[in-house]
Design a protein around this ligand. Structure first.
Ligand code: NAP
Length: 293
């Protein structure tokens, strides 16, 4: 039975929100969501919660006890947290990971907004329609899984997943085989599969601060007009994106994904449209003050 809590619904006093992870000090979610709450005129707090794996079960229980309206969940808890929830939405079940929990009178539902946040960003910023396109994802980790699930809802022509560990790419492709044309290959073969590809998405952490001189693939194989997308947003312009831009490609950074995954979460919690422009601006200012771009 759901437990009734005093502060678990919007408009009922101070809205408590947060993000659980380990480590968590680096998270920019508190600053982005605090500004968003302010812009919406909602009285509330969004706090960082440093939760180690052995504390996870108790921490989820505390969402109910303390009356949090919801939390985001980040590394390393996105998969394990599902075992402690009352319900896991189809969006998160398909992916096998939760990044957003909503507390409705003590009943905890898990969602995943990473993939849909990414697709909203790609469509808003670069490609309004993805139907019929051929896309390649580099990497086969958690982020790749969320993005593949969301992209495959867009009626792509085909999806190729290229990963350093080829087995993981093939496993991911097999998991989604019922949802469209999906192939898993080794990253070494990526050049052989670029023909007809319109968007290449880096979902690995290669090139992220502080290793900004690294790049996951050889950009000399990219042609003019290709869209190169990178999930990394620190730096905003990775070496991969800069080299691709120099070759005449269109580029897309990971900042939009971060903003929109947060926007969808906020919409679940508040039931109101998220102030995405405020969230975007807050992130740019936050990154501008520390980003080593
Ligand atoms: P993950 O589950 O650990 O997966 C990492 C992936 O990167 C794996 O496919 C791994 O390949 C590959 N990889 C790691 N080092 C590599 C290297 N040196 N060369 C080639 N491939 C390498 O991580 P994740 O959770 O998917 O996150 C990946 C990235 O996405 C991170 O940079 C994260 O910050 C970013 N991200 C951004 C957002 C956003 O809002 N913008 C949201 C989520 C994640 P193997 O399988 O061979 O190990």
């Amino acid at each position: 039975m759901p437990v009734t809590t005093a502060m678990s619904s919007p408009g009922n006093g101070n809205m408590l929100l947060g993000v659980m992870g380990d480590p968590i000090a680096q998270s920019r979610s508190p600053i982005m969501h605090s500004e968003a709450l302010r812009a919406l005129g909602i009285s509330g707090e969004y706090v960082s919660l440093h939760i180690t794996p052995d504390q996870l079960g108790e921490a989820v229980q505390q969402i109910r006890t303390l009356g949090f309206r919801g939390v985001n969940v980040t590394i390393p808890h996105k998969v394990e947290v599902m075992a402690y929830l009352d319900e896991v939405d189809e969006s998160a079940r398909d992916i096998g990971a939760v990044n957003t929990i909503v507390n409705t009178n003590g009943w905890l539902t898990g969602y995943n907004t990473d993939g849909i946040g990414y697709v909203r960003s790609l469509k808003t910023e670069v490609m309004p329609t993805l139907a019929g396109t051929k896309i390649m994802i580099i990497g086969a980790g958690g982020a790749a899984r969320g993005i593949a699930a969301a992209l495959l809802k867009e009626n792509l022509s085909s999806l190729v997943i290229a990963n350093r560990t080829a087995d993981r790419a093939q496993e991911l492709a097999a998991d989604f085989s019922g949802k469209g044309s999906v192939t898993g290959i080794s990253l070494d073969q990526f050049g052989d599969h670029l023909d007809g590809i319109e968007v290449v998405i880096n979902t690995t952490s290669v090139g992220m601060y502080p290793c900004v001189n690294d790049t996951p693939v050889d950009t000399s194989l990219f042609h003019k007009g290709l869209v190169i997308s990178d999930l990394i947003y620190n730096p905003l312009r990775t070496r991969l994106l800069q080299e691709s831009l120099d070759r005449g490609c269109r580029i897309h950074s990971g900042l939009g994904m971060f903003v929109y995954q947060g926007a969808y979460a906020l919409e679940y919690w508040t039931g109101r449209p998220a102030p995405t422009e405020v969230m975007w601006q807050t992130m740019l200012e936050s990154l501008g003050s520390s980003c080593k771009d």
